[in-house]
Design a protein around this ligand. Structure first.
Ligand SMILES: [Zn+2]
Length: 121
């Protein structure tokens, strides 16, 4: 009896933790962006601008790069107005993966625990 009680207690804590992680995945999932952020400096479209004559180039501009289909590296430039959104999205992707990994561990424990409980009955 004691063993069964401790199973159900830990299973309650367990499902509470899982529910929390699922909520976090849901929140993060709305923000995630895939890729690696880097900064680039570019010349502009005006030939008379200092950037074409040894002056400082324009930037930093954010560049997001990632492995596309068939393993080829691809990416996109980020408009200044979206820089914070993109940085946040890329950070959210890192966190998303951590949470998904924790959830996967809990799912495994859950499956094993259920199987043990069934056998015990
Ligand atoms: Zn320029």
């Amino acid at each position: 009896m004691v063993v069964l009680e401790s199973y159900s207690m830990s299973s309650i804590r367990h499902s509470g933790k899982r529910a929390g992680l699922l909520r976090e995945l849901d929140r993060l999932g709305r923000r995630i962006l895939f890729g690696t952020v880097s900064e680039t400096y570019r010349t502009c479209g005006q030939p008379a601008c200092a950037c074409h004559h040894g002056g400082p180039k324009h930037g930093p501009h954010l560049l997001v790069s990632y492995r596309g289909e068939r393993g080829k590296t691809t990416g996109y430039h980020v408009p200044q107005t979206l820089a914070d959104t993109v940085r946040d999205g890329v950070a959210a992707w890192q966190r998303f993966q951590q949470v998904a990994r924790t959830l996967a561990d809990l799912n495994r424990e859950h499956a094993w625990r259920r199987s043990t409980t069934r056998r015990a009955r």
